[in-house]
Design a protein around this ligand. Structure first.
Ligand code: ADP
Ligand code: TMP
Ligand code: ASP
Length: 241
């Protein structure tokens, strides 16, 4: 596989073309942002840890039949992924009230939800990724009814798998964000894309409640990379450095 031109540099990753028009290389940076880029920093080795964690979680999901963009992890910072057209709707799945849900609705952080809640956000940096309702995605053509129905049922399956996986290593999966895309080679097929990592999840130690995710950066709690490494360690992943 030959790496070609740099296509897009996002806040946490860089996408490169390859000599195969249907494959991209996803490079994980150490850059961290919060509040839509207002807060910026660098978390040493974050890219290496997130690449490992995201590769492992995508592989686990693929093994239970969830279609994913990951082809394989290439090296410490890169993955080979299938090229997709990203559906511009970020899907947040919540099992416990926290973050913007707690702020918006006045629900205490840590209050368990009686069932998973799925929220949609319009992926538009210029608008600060606003919370939307399902009808907005449909009426503005961001996703079709069939795609949303598939995404919703798939998110519930993903949630069951990930809750169990994390519970086994003493971690409460509080909430997380997923992105889906239409395969470049077959746009009728939707797959899970982007990443699942401590950048995109809230992960709390099951017994102490300690935060093991990006909230340590967002809220200036310190020990950011140590928390990310702890997640990788519990997942049985060895960091080569
Ligand atoms: P952001 O755009 O939020 O700053 P990143 O730094 O994570 O995000 O950059 C990765 C970008 O690549 C995101 O916009 C994401 O939606 C997109 N992306 C993720 N997976 C794929 C894929 N398989 N094909 C094409 N684009 C992808
Ligand atoms: P929120 O409570 O701030 O809405 O975040 C919900 C979850 O989504 C949390 O696990 C963090 C994740 N998330 C992202 O991955 N990217 C984002 O841009 C935002 C706002 C949240
Ligand atoms: N997407 C937000 C940003 O990059 C990050 C976050 O709060 O997770 O600013």
């Amino acid at each position: 596989m030959e790496k070609r031109e740099h296509l897009y540099e996002g806040k946490a990753k860089v996408m490169f073309a390859t000599d195969d028009p249907n494959l991209y290389i996803q490079y994980f940076k150490d850059d961290a942002t919060a509040f839509n880029g207002v807060k910026k920093g660098t978390i040493t080795e974050k890219g290496v840890v997130n690449n490992l964690v995201a590769s492992k979680l995508m592989t686990i999901l693929e093994a239970v039949g969830i279609p994913v963009h990951l082809v394989r992890r290439l090296n410490d910072r890169e993955q080979l992924v299938r090229k997709v057209q990203i559906i511009p709707v970020e899907v947040v799945i919540r099992n416990v009230a926290a973050g913007s849900m707690s702020r918006r609705l006045g629900i205490p952080e840590g209050q368990p939800l009686s069932r998973p809640v799925i929220e949609y956000y319009y992926k538009a940096d210029s608008l600060d990724d606003p919370l939307i309702v399902r009808d907005h995605a449909l009426v503005f053509g961001w996703a079709t009814e069939a795609e949303l129905a598939w995404i919703e049922s798939t998110c519930l399956r993903i949630n069951d798998v990930l809750i169990g996986f994390f519970a086994n290593i003493g971690i409460r999966l509080v909430d997380y964000k997923l992105e889906f895309g239409r395969l470049a080679e077959d746009p009728g097929k939707v797959v899970l894309a982007d990443e699942i990592s401590p950048d995109t999840c809230r992960l709390w130690d099951w017994t102490t409640g300690e935060k093991l995710d990006k909230d340590r950066f967002r809220r200036d709690l310190g020990g950011v990379v140590e928390a990310y490494r702890e997640v990788a360690r519990r997942m049985g992943l060895a960091i080569e450095s």
